[in-house]
Write a protein that binds this ligand. Structure first.
Ligand code: NAD
Length: 312
């Protein structure tokens, strides 16, 4: 297939691009190297896939519709829209930046895809749209308790995606990813931060207690997206997670087995943090044959090994 991928220099996007290229697809990436985290890291993420002959990279800003529109008219079979400004804490500092990067840029992608007649749009949303809830989170739950500007922007992005699906008639697939980790993990997220602190001999900051996250290994996230590209029918929302919430205490304990001298600072809950996330995977398993393959211990071990190789 001929696939357009926004945000392909990012953490999830670069892994997805590599997997699509290995499957023999033709991939065109649009990314602007947003400075939310280190340019050098994004450049490295892209460099590792640059040797594939079937890859085209366009350094463009999706907010600049005029410069991007011609790219969309290259007979793509599908567009994965993963470009966004991620991260909950920063969204409280700069909520309007999230309106730009996560809502306005999404509207541009949806309208450009629609105008170019791209038949399938796959949008990267987030488990954060579920807000504060107990128990498993299934795709048909009403969206009520949004907790951060980031989550509000993702809810809005989903709403625009459904609306433009009606306008243009493309097939729409929405992914709600649950806390993704692995090699090249985003440096602002807990697991990469904790590993890096340990490698530097620094203490880690733990916010609140008793929280839990459905940590999902990057290869499982990519698997879910590949399955949806090949098998999804109609317009669907899918949770892509591990279905196995890990408490912050369990995460710290598992890391202590790897870094026995780890020092922990306890700090209060941060604004916008939800108590728990827990993916109900019934739908993705039934319709896509999705099955996460990495246990948390195995995924964490591989992630630590990568950081040791890469950061030392
Ligand atoms: N990592 C996670 O745990 C997680 C969880 C849920 C949802 N998501 C979503 O998955 C997607 C990918 O996340 P990630 O962790 O890879 O983040 P990332 O920051 O590594 O990647 C996002 C990429 O989008 C690019 N970008 C941002 N605005 C752009 C614009 N206007 N034009 C062109 N490029 C632009 C950035 O430069 C970056 O390379 C995002 O939509 C994010 O909200 C991520």
């Amino acid at each position: 297939m001929n696939v357009l991928l926004t945000g392909g220099a990012g953490f999830i996007g670069s892994h997805l691009a590599e997997s699509l290229l290995q499957d023999g697809h033709k991939v065109t990436i649009i990314d602007k190297f947003h400075p939310y985290y280190d340019y050098k890291r994004k450049k490295e993420q892209l460099d590792r896939i640059f040797s594939y002959a079937n890859l085209t990279f366009c350094e463009n800003d999706l907010l600049d519709k005029e410069s991007c529109a011609p790219i969309f008219h290259q007979s793509f079979d599908a567009v994965f829209h993963l470009a966004a400004l991620p991260g909950v804490p920063y969204s409280f500092e700069q909520p309007l930046e999230y309106v730009d990067e996560d809502i306005k840029a999404t509207i541009n992608v949806l309208t450009m895809a629609g105008e170019a007649g791209i038949p399938h749009v796959l949008f990267g949303s987030s488990s954060s749209v579920y807000g504060n809830r107990d128990g498993e989170m299934s795709e048909d739950l009403p969206i009520q308790t949004v907790m951060s500007p980031y989550a509000a922007a993702k809810v809005s992005g989903e709403a625009y995606a459904h609306m433009y699906q009606h306008v243009y008639g493309f097939q729409l697939t929405v992914f709600r990813y649950f806390t993704v980790y692995g090699p090249w993990g985003r440096p602002d997220m807990a697991i990469p931060k904790f590993i890096q602190a340990n490698l530097k001999g620094e203490s880690i900051d733990v916010f609140g207690s008793g929280t839990a996250r459905d940590y999902t290994y990057i290869d499982d996230i990519v698997d879910g997206m590949r399955l949806a590209l090949a098998h999804s029918k109609g317009n669907q929302i899918y949770n892509i997670g591990s279905g196995n919430p890990i408490t912050i205490e369990e995460l710290v304990q598992t890391l202590k087995e790897i870094f026995p001298d780890m020092k922990v600072n306890h700090a209060p809950f941060r604004l916008g943090d939800v108590k728990q996330t827990w993916a109900d995977l019934t739908k993705a398993k039934r319709l896509l044959g999705y099955e996460p393959k990495h246990s948390f211990e195995e995924g964490l071990r591989k992630t630590v090994q990568w950081f040791i190789r890469h950061e030392r």
